[in-house]
Write a protein that binds this ligand. Structure first.
Ligand code: NDP
Length: 282
């Protein structure tokens, strides 16, 4: 690097400034490439579609290694390839989160592969709206098993790992249905209110272990969630209502997860409530 002094001319000074500029630009580039989650390991349930899939992609884009879990193996394999093609690292874990042993296995496999679990995103969920009168109670069990028990099983399995690490972050995907309720959504909303209650109690239990707990409460989001509705009347209502608004995109919700998990360790973003701009109630 030239030493600027009376003996250096204008040309030398210009070269020096250009050299400094190049170093500055390179520094800025390496900041961008490094990613805020470099070195972190995340496990995302419900990652074969919708919010979970978008979250896995967003976390990987920030440099995290991501274990993606759900039941549809083909979708997970495609996601792992997509992440690898973008220069990230991921692995698929096929399993049913509503089964305690399988949910536990998701954490074990992540740990075996990468030796740690910094972030757990519980996104697996199902929604079967319909009135309580005449409901198929098997659908109730599926909602409770996946949305509530599944989230609890995965959390239960990961807590000892996070406690041993001295830090961790659990992000639970709830819903505006975890704050409000209405006809046809008694059981779905009951699971999401349950997620809220469970998450706040958990936060109080683990905050002194530097484990953070965040609840994300999105309003209607354009995903496959409503495709699986079996009650024709309820399905028609949900689809008509979705057409009447501009729903959130999965990437919008994923961005809120990234926001929460990239805050300084002293900051626990407890809740993020987000609605489509033109939706009144949900
Ligand atoms: P999707 O249907 O696109 O995604 C649901 C995911 O959960 C899929 O990957 C599915 O994968 C997985 N899943 C379902 N059951 C199980 C199970 N038993 N074990 C493991 N994985 C399972 O819907 P969303 O992305 O919308 O849903 C994600 C979360 O967001 C849910 O908790 C939902 O309640 C919540 N939410 C959604 C909103 C919306 O309007 N879409 C609004 C607010 C919250 P697979 O079938 O392969 O197992």
């Amino acid at each position: 690097m030239p030493v600027l002094g009376p003996e250096t001319g204008f040309l030398e000074e210009t070269r020096f400034l250009r050299f400094q500029y190049i170093i500055f630009v390179q520094d800025k580039r390496s900041e961008i490439v490094a990613g805020k989650l470099e070195g972190k390991v995340a496990l995302v349930t419900g990652a074969s579609s919708g919010i979970g899939e978008a979250t896995a992609l967003a976390l990987a884009a920030e440099g995290a290694r991501v274990a993606v879990a759900a039941r549809r193996a083909g979708r997970l394999e495609a996601l792992v390839k997509r992440i690898a093609n973008s220069g990230g690292e991921a692995m698929e874990i096929v399993g049913d989160v509503g089964d305690d042993a399988q949910a536990h296995e998701m954490v074990v496999k992540t740990l075996e592969k990468w030796g740690r679990v910094d972030i757990l995103v519980n996104s697996a969920g199902v929604m079967f709206p319909g009135t309580v009168l005449g409901a198929d109670t098997e659908e109730w069990r599926r909602m409770v098993n996946t949305n509530l028990l599944g989230l609890m099983y995965a959390t239960h399995a990961v807590l000892p790992v996070m406690k041993a690490q001295g830090q961790g972050h659990i992000v639970n995907i709830s819903s505006t249905g975890g704050r409000t309720t209405g006809a046809n959504f008694a059981v779905y909303c009951a699971t999401k209110w349950g997620v809220g209650a469970f998450s706040e109690a958990l936060r109080q239990e683990v905050c002194e272990d530097s484990i953070r707990v965040t609840v994300i409460e999105p309003g209607p989001t354009a995903t496959e969630l409503s495709d699986r509705i079996t009650n024709p009347e309820a399905k028609e209502k949900v689809e008509a209502w979705l057409k009447s608004i501009t729903p959130l995109e999965s990437e919008d919700v994923a961005a809120s997860v990234v926001y929460a998990v990239t805050q300084p360790a002293r900051v626990n973003v407890n809740e993020i409530l987000m609605r489509p701009t033109n939706s009144v109630a949900q």
